[in-house]
Ligand binder design. Structure first.
Ligand SMILES: Nc1ncnc2c1ncn2[C@@H]1O[C@H](COP(=O)(O)OP(=O)(O)OP(=O)(O)O)[C@@H](O)[C@H]1O
Length: 593
């Protein structure tokens, strides 16, 4: 759910924002699992140290009584080891958390920018460019800047939770005494937060004003001198500086007072722990060591607790920026307008297909494959496995050395084999291929598509461009559909050329499509746009997709794994992942990226 406020672009609710962040975090198991384990281990070290010191305290009278120093020595060794491990683990956990946070931030930024670029121009017009611009610049920047703070907050939270468990393990009454600190924190925060936000904002505003006055005086020096305004400008600068300074000092004072409040809370908490400890020891309910451990543990928590409280403001601001970012990323894609359906669905049967480019060197070996009507099949396999060759044969671009491919629409059949000759125009009615090597003709963008379907209207062209997610950049071209494209015009990137190839195919509307495009980097915005365009193309058609990125394969009804010219596995994504074979291994290493 997203809510629409005074602005027209939506802002995600807290829950949606949290879910979006969690999804991004969980998408990187290689980063979040070590980050969590290292943070837990480092927090355990933080908690173990005071507990060991407490045990040491309890051990001293025993040594005095028995003279056996063995356990004492063991405790000291354990203490040193925990201390050393703590240093290493804390550094490693900090780094792992920072890396995770930076990754999640980068992913979110990419999603927001990508979605913003694809936003319907009408939505943009209504919302105003200022709103979207501030979301993809200021909000993204604010959030990225807050990343070190956010990873520190996460580490502190984990430490506080582990420490609370440590407290309970010492004695529940000591844990209750520790909790005495919380009401003081709550009061302090309720006093500080409403003041801090506006003060920070005022300080930034006044500092910006000071820079503006200074820069305008410097830039307009000749005018200032000509009109003998130096005195006046100096006065303005002095007053702007004084206001900025006053705001900064006020802010520092406020933070210092809040710091004092935190110290007061710590004093209250520590006194409560010590007083409760005194009573418990007196009543022989806990040992002196346990109380010592509790007091030291509390002391160790000063840092993380203080960090948490001082960062509430930053977290709030980062959270606000984040919900504005997630709000944009979550804008649903508009339902594409309907295009005429392709001619009746086509089934494909490849029977005993062999192929050799060089005599005696088979690159496809007795391949049998069926493509159901309006179903999609992905070809997956290592480089050189024969995917492009098989796709070319099914698309009619390569004649198989042996065997045949039968295309059937229920009434007629088209047979592709070494013994049959197929009319090019008839083949184009049945099947369209987007190959790895794509091209644009020399002419305008409009001509690109009228060549594919003579008589196509501009409305239909825009509809097709929207389907292949190319409408945004085409609208941005100075001459729109009249922009000349072609080998020598260099206005199009490789991904744009691919989109146009997909658009041409949509315009031709063949019932069978073969996609073998490999331009886009996996995970890039370009890849996602091309995948969306590919999805639009294979919808309601029989499709063979050479999956250069496994995300393409996952979306197909069936996946066929080729190895050295032979089909070695076939099934749906879920079936093949569950089978734990070749595809499952490919998928595991792909999703670990
Ligand atoms: N025109 C050609 N002439 C000779 N050999 C070729 C030709 N095209 C491909 N081959 C060879 O045929 C084998 C299969 O190639 P193919 O391109 O079909 O594999 P692929 O699985 O699509 O690989 P990739 O993922 O790298 O595109 C490879 O050993 C390749 O070197």
């Amino acid at each position: 759910m997203t809510t629409t406020t005074g602005e027209l672009l939506p802002i995600a609710t807290g829950r949606v924002t949290a879910r979006a962040v969690l999804r991004q975090v969980l998408a990187h198991p290689r980063q979040w699992i070590p980050a969590l384990l290292l943070s837990l281990a480092s927090s355990a070290g933080t908690v173990a140290l005071p507990i060991l010191l407490g045990a040491l305290v309890d051990q001293v009278p025993i040594v005095a009584r028995t003279g056996d120093t063995g356990p004492l020595a063991a405790l000291i060794v354990a203490l040193v080891l925990v201390m050393l491990a703590g240093v290493v683990l804390t550094a490693a956990a900090g780094r792992a958390l920072q890396r995770l946070a930076a990754q999640v931030g980068a992913d979110l930024r990419e999603r927001v920018v990508e979605r913003a670029l694809r936003l319907d121009t009408r939505v943009l017009e209504r919302a105003g460019h200022g709103d979207i611009a501030s979301r993809v610049t200021d909000d993204v920047e604010l959030f990225m800047e807050a990343i070190p703070v956010l990873s520190g907050v996460t580490a502190s939270l984990i430490t506080v939770v582990v420490a609370a468990i440590g407290f309970v393990s010492l004695d529940w009454r000591l844990a209750l005494a520790f909790a005495a600190v919380l009401p003081v924190h709550v009061i302090g925060l309720r006093w500080y937060l409403p003041k801090a936000g506006p003060r920070y904002a005022a300080e930034r505003r006044l500092a910006a004003e000071r820079s503006r006055v200074l820069l305008s005086s410097l830039r307009g020096r000749p005018t200032v001198q000509a009109y003998q305004m130096a005195e006046l400008q100096s006065g303005r600068l002095r007053s702007a500086s004084a206001s900025a300074l006053e705001a900064t000092v006020g802010l520092v004072r406020l933070v210092a007072r809040f710091g004092l409040c935190l110290n007061g809370a710590e004093a209250v908490g520590l006194s409560a722990v010590l007083a409760t400890g005194f009573l418990l020891v007196n009543a022989d309910l806990v040992s002196v060591g346990a109380v010592t451990a509790a007091a030291l543990l509390f002391h160790r928590l000063f840092g993380p607790l203080g960090w948490l409280l001082m960062s509430v403001d930053d977290v709030q601001r980062a959270g606000a920026a984040l919900s504005r970012m997630v709000g944009v990323a979550g804008i649903p894609d508009p339902e594409p307008a309907p295009l005429p359906a392709p001619r009746g669905p086509v089934t494909v049967r490849a029977e005993g297909v062999d192929h050799a480019y060089v005599e005696g060197r088979l690159v496809l070996d007795r391949v049998d494959l069926e493509l159901p009507a309006a179903g999609s099949v992905a070809l997956v396999g290592a480089s050189g496995a024969g995917k492009t060759t098989l796709a070319g044969i099914i698309g009619g671009a390569i004649t198989p050395t042996q065997g045949r491919v039968v295309l059937s629409d229920g009434e007629r059949e088209l047979i592709l084999s070494a013994d049959t000759v197929v009319d090019e125009d008839e083949l184009r009615d049945w099947v369209g291929i987007v190959a790895q090597e794509t091209y644009v003709f020399t002419g305008t963008l409009r001509e690109e598509l009228t060549l594919a379907r003579p008589g196509i209207t501009d409305d239909e062209i825009w509809m097709i461009l929207e389907r292949v997610v190319a409408d945004g950049w085409v609208r941005a071209l100075p001459d729109g559909l009249d922009t000349p494209v072609g080998p020598n015009t260099a206005v199009l990137s490789a991904a744009h050329v691919q989109q146009l190839a997909l658009a041409r195919l949509l315009a031709r509307n063949p019932p069978l499509v073969v996609l073998d495009e490999a331009t886009a980097e996996a995970g890039s915005a370009g890849a996602r746009q091309l995948e969306a365009a590919g999805r639009a193309l294979i919808k309601d058609r029989t499709a063979l997709v050479v999956a250069h990125r496994l995300t393409q394969a996952r979306e197909c009804d069936k996946i066929v794994v080729l190895d050295d010219g032979k089909i070695v596995e076939a099934g749906s994504h879920e079936e093949l992942v569950a089978a734990g074979g070749r595809y499952a291994a490919l998928w595991a290493s792909w999703s670990a990226h």
